[in-house]
Design a protein around this ligand. Sequence first.
Ligand SMILES: [Zn+2]
Length: 309
Amino acid sequence: MKNGFIRKIGIKRLICALGIILFCAFLLYTALIRENRLSAASERLAKRFRDVPFSVCFLDVGQADCTLVRQGENVMLIDCGDPDDADTILQQLRKLRIEKIDVLVFSHPHSDHIGGAGAILETLPVGKIYMPYVAAQGESFEALLDLIFEKQIPAQAAFSGDTIPFGECEVTVLSPQKDLHSASLNAYSIVLLLQYGDFRFLFTADAETENEEYILESGLSPACDLVKIPHHGSASSSSPAFVRACGASYAIATTQHDSSNGLPKEDILALWEDSGAQVLCTMDCGCIYAYVSDGGLDVEYTGEPLLFY
Ligand SMILES: [Zn+2]
């Protein structure tokens, strides 16, 4: 009687253990399938980035900026993320087979835009640097200037109305103006309008409302097909008049979940959405790619953030 009872308990345990093993195997299998699917999708997007005549990649570096633009053999990098993002950026550049940068733009000297610059300058040859005519406090900015000097990379200040040679693209600087005096470093953000074929891309860095007003008054139209939402979706930019004037089909925000300063602001994203743009955030989409090929523009992403915060 006792033996039968023990045997029964033993069988129950065995069944229980088998159930747990099967369940774990199922979880592992689905995780592997998902991983494979994501990695295949990510590879496909990276390959397309290299193959089409013109492509842009908004790297997922959280609430920081790093945007790669490729036209034929020409490569432009706008900003370099935070210092902690350097490895992620270099890894992504390797995946996209980027071996040199022709034009490097430091939009403004805040850490989330120039933080990874040192590692990039140490790793890849850079043809020319554009930056705003403003200095920042701190050792890291001075170290960056020293490194640019040491590497003997030509560097030039960029002002509204300037053009930047870049392959078959027309690149115009919309902001900042030459006589700008602002207490905000963000207001010195280099805003670039890039035209390739029929398509226009607006890279706004962390521009403020005052920059937007200046652009609208300057007569340099910000009308575009794709815009990077200024300043990670902050309410200190994206004024209704500017959003309307852009009239973009796609609005990309470089963001992270649970950011310390509460960005992106939901009502700012809604404003862009109400203007008719499809709003995409790197915190949800991971790296976001835009491609121009066969006379069309389309945007793709894997839906898997590159980084987890
Ligand atoms: Zn920023």
